[in-house]
Design a protein around this ligand. Structure first.
Ligand code: LER
Ligand code: MN
Length: 270
């Protein structure tokens, strides 16, 4: 398993669970200085990132790109894949596609989290799930064209009413027959929604494509009450070799959160 840390470049996401903020170059420098193998970036849009500059920053700091989030599609542009408005849904798919194309240049997947939206306000649950399915189907084709994967993230009940558990996400994806969409296991959301986090990971098995490494309170691992040992045992058991990416609140500050994450990572992964 490999370590990663988040960098947000989206002012509208302020207060959110990201370790480094606003400055990509400084975020990369600090991530490398603290020993992370990779960064996970949350850009305002794909064209806000200069791919050549990102390549230089990653190379100069010996970092990989773990993943690129699409959350700005919702928090900044108010796009969701399940909007009642077909134009908004189409723009949401185009937004995710553009992030996938950017990320694929760095062999990284894009993440669909908050862009999945929710049902209600003019959309029934079956309609929303149909819209989501249609979008994932189109995006699966785009992933195949790019030779990449896409990450779909179940969120806790306060952030979506569509899919809250790993098991429901796997049921959705396998029912649709998509081949390039994997599940993102965010340990913070799972702490709220799963009956047993380790069992949920074990049951999701090879569908797990990425892990957001957070404690129960969304602070750095070790600063909440999550027991990471059974979780790590489950990840080892399913042969997970991807990232443990710190999508956490920068508390008490970014540097302390980053250091705590790496301490815990080294303790439990080696
Ligand atoms: C995105 O990865 C996520 O976990 C959501 O809670 C957005 O903050
Ligand atoms: Mn997450």
């Amino acid at each position: 398993m490999k370590s990663a840390v988040t960098i947000s470049l989206v002012p509208e996401a302020r207060g959110g669970p990201f370790v480094y903020w606003d400055d990509l170059a400084e975020g990369c420098r600090l991530a490398a200085a603290r020993g992370f193998a990779a960064v996970e970036i949350f850009p305002p849009s794909a064209d806000a990132i200069d791919a050549a500059e990102l390549r230089t920053l990653l190379d100069d700091n010996g970092l990989s790109l773990a993943a690129v989030g699409t959350g700005a599609g919702w928090v900044k542009h108010k796009l969701t894949l399940t909007s009642p408005d077909a134009t908004v849904r189409d723009r949401a798919v185009a937004f995710v596609r553009s992030i996938m194309s950017l990320a694929a240049q760095f062999d990284a997947p894009a993440i669909i989290g908050s862009m999945q939206g929710r049902w209600g306000d003019g959309v029934t649950k079956p309609e929303a799930l149909r819209y989501l399915g249609n979008a994932l189907f189109k995006l699966d084709t785009h992933a195949s064209d790019l030779g990449t994967t896409l990450l779909y993230e179940p969120l806790n009940r306060y952030e979506t009413n569509l899919v809250n558990t790993l098991g429901d996400a796997v049921t959705l994806l396998t029912g649709m027959g998509v081949e390039r969409v994997k599940v993102l296991a965010d340990l913070y959301h799972m702490n709220i929604e799963e009956t047993n986090v380790a069992d949920a990971l074990r049951n999701a098995g090879a569908h797990v494509g990425h892990v957001h490494f957070a404690d129960s309170n969304r602070r750095a691992a070790g600063l909440g009450h999550t027991d990471f040992l059974p979780i790590m045992a489950a990840l080892v058991e399913i042969g997970y070799a991807g990232y443990l990416s710190a999508e956490i609140l920068p508390l008490p500050d970014s540097d302390a959160a980053a250091r705590q994450t790496m301490d815990m990572f080294r303790r439990i992964v080696g």
